[in-house]
Design a protein around this ligand. Structure first.
Ligand SMILES: [Zn+2]
Length: 262
């Protein structure tokens, strides 16, 4: 097996864990090196906690989650949650390209830049920046200031785009052996997990679910519900694959012309 450097690029702490945590842990188990880049500090993601408090816990939570998955490094760009669309595209692209070149990353995980129905502006922004950065990181005239700093151009060969809308899904990965770690990594994002349950309760109330069914749910004790919801979701992909739990992606590789492959 060729050991590869994998770079996960997310808008928020917990994006990678929700969408690809089992696959990332599996690739680490197979001997690959994983690094994680997170663009924002999740500092709008709560009904209960102040932006300053959220910002303060962004790094320790991300590092704890990365440790569970086996990441060799976790990097944060420190942007305000929800404001990635205000960052000039060439700046964000340059920061992702810098990370790809510095780590010599060959495999990329991120939000799908061409997925339909993506409602989060941060997901759209980081997806496009990551696609652009990884498409052109081998070209020395893109961000030449990085080469002047001593970095080398870097060619990326493989992309795993998150399959949120199940759009053009063409790869399913058996994560039965790593789902426990995926769930534990998510638990590291305490405020985000509380938010997930708070949102669920808000939606349920809006949709008229009887209050007696919601009364016993305490969002700060999110573990059982997150475990249940995640397993139910990943079991669907597992069933498609013929295993217990799975994750799905729009997987893309370099396509060589027939002259080299026949
Ligand atoms: Zn997100």
């Amino acid at each position: 097996m060729n050991k590869k450097v994998i770079l996960s690029v997310a808008a928020h702490g917990d994006d990678a864990e929700f969408m690809a945590g089992g696959t990332l842990a599996k690739l680490v188990d197979e001997g690959h090196d994983l690094y994680m880049l997170i663009a924002t500090d999740n500092d709008r993601g709560s009904y209960r906690t102040s932006a300053a408090e959220l910002k303060a816990i962004a790094r320790p939570e991300a590092e704890a989650a990365g440790k569970v998955l086996g990441a060799k490094g976790v990097f944060l760009l420190g942007y305000r949650d929800g404001d990635l669309c205000d960052v000039p595209p060439s700046v964000l692209r340059g920061q992702v390209m810098y990370t790809i070149r510095r780590l010599r990353a060959e495999v990329i995980f991120s939000w799908d830049p061409f997925a339909p129905f993506e409602n989060h502006p941060d997901h759209r922004a980081i997806a496009l920046a990551t696609s652009d950065a990884s498409s052109f990181s081998a070209l020395p005239l893109f961000h030449p200031e990085q080469l002047a700093e001593g970095l080398l151009p870097q060619r990326v060969s493989e992309w795993y785009w998150y399959s949120k809308a199940h759009w053009e899904t063409n790869k399913r990965i058996d994560i039965s052996a790593t789902i426990e770690r995926k769930i534990r990594a998510l638990y590291a994002y305490h405020c985000q997990m509380v938010l997930t349950i708070d949102d669920l309760l808000g939606d349920a109330r809006l949709m008229g679910v009887d209050e007696s069914r919601l009364a016993g749910i305490d969002a700060t004790r999110f573990e059982a519900l997150i475990d249940l919801g995640l397993r139910a979701n990943d079991a669907k992909t597992g069933a498609e694959l013929g295993c217990e739990y799975g994750e799905s992606f729009r997987h893309q590789t370099i396509e060589l012309p027939e002259i080299f492959t026949s």
